[in-house]
Design a protein around this ligand. Structure first.
Ligand code: SAM
Length: 282
């Protein structure tokens, strides 16, 4: 790096599919550092070759991050700058690097972001869903019970929800989302962003599920799922009452469940009773 510049750790974003999304600053940084820590050195080898970057690489993945971070810290302390990259997109976003960055910061060494592609931000920006406030949930649990529970915990969320998902679980996850958030909740499936088969569709959850079920091509490639948050506090409160009633109704009669929900939450006994009746008739 430039002379007299303090050794720094650079967090460098790389493309999520389209190599042209690599920034000039990312290329320069990777060329100039002493070493590149990469999630998978072989995978990143293609990208580095494409940009004729000859900097040596070392691996840093979830299984060696602890121990590798100590080694990288001592190299930084000796004055060598280091860049961290992951297989695609922004490191640390559902990717390794958190331990390294916190260790380096604890040791008062500068950590410098070199921003660029990130699948969740690309998907949100093109989804048409509210982007003023959102929550990124990463990957949902692979097992159905835990996944449904995680979705239940988000049922009254007013912010746009963003998830990464594997294509193998896409149908199962959409099915659970329909069950938990309801058929009509607007949602977006963003597949293969920046790649040849990029597809970004915003529809109701049930329409997305039908579409994915009827077209095997939609079950391939990398994807981001986004779900609109509930619209108003009133809706959020109602969703919460429904959630609590659903649990209570598994053990109690309608009247008792409604009375408990009413004393727990901000809802009248009559309203809770009507809602409990509706739930039981489903
Ligand atoms: N660090 C990356 C980022 O900045 O987006 C994410 C890494 S995470 C291990 C990989 C997941 O990101 C994929 O399973 C998929 O959910 C999402 N993803 C990555 N590239 C994508 C793309 N081109 N289109 C859609 N989703 C993508």
């Amino acid at each position: 790096m430039e002379e007299n510049k303090t050794a720094s750790l650079y967090i460098v974003a790389t493309p999520i599919g389209n190599l042209s999304d690599m920034s000039q600053r990312a290329i320069d940084t990777l060329q100039e550092v002493a070493v590149i820590a990469a999630e998978d050195t072989r995978h990143s080898g293609h990208l580095l070759k494409h940009y004729s970057i000859t900097t040596p690489t070392v691996s840093l993945h979830e299984h060696n991050e602890q121990q590798r971070s100590e080694v990288l810290l001592s190299r930084l302390q000796q004055g060598e700058s280091i860049a961290l990259i992951s297989d695609a997109g922004t490191p640390l976003i559902s990717d390794p690097g958190y331990r390294l960055v916190s260790l380096v910061r604890e040791n008062d060494i500068p950590v410098v972001p070199v921003p660029g592609s990130c699948a969740l931000i690309a998907a949100l920006s093109a989804s048409g869903l509210a982007s003023d406030s959102f929550t990124f949930e990463g990957f949902l649990p692979p097992k159905q019970g835990a996944r449904q529970q995680a979705l239940q915990n988000l049922v009254a969320e007013m912010r746009t929800l963003i998830f990464y998902e594997s294509p193998r679980r896409l149908q199962a996850t959409l099915t659970d989302m329909v069950a938990v958030f309801g058929e009509e909740r607007p949602a977006c499936l963003a597949r293969e962003i920046t790649k040849l088969h990029e597809t970004i569709k915003t529809k109701s959850l049930i329409d997305l599920l039908d579409w994915v079920n009827s077209d095997a091509n939609q079950q391939r490639g990398e994807c981001v799922l986004l779900v609109e948050g509930v619209k108003q506090q009133q809706d959020a409160d109602e969703v919460e009452v429904n959630r609590v009633l659903t649990v209570l109704l598994t053990e109690l009669p309608v009247k008792r469940a409604a009375a408990i929900a009413s004393s727990l939450l901000n809802v009248s006994k009559n309203k809770a009773y009507d809602m409990a009746l509706k739930l039981q008739q489903k």
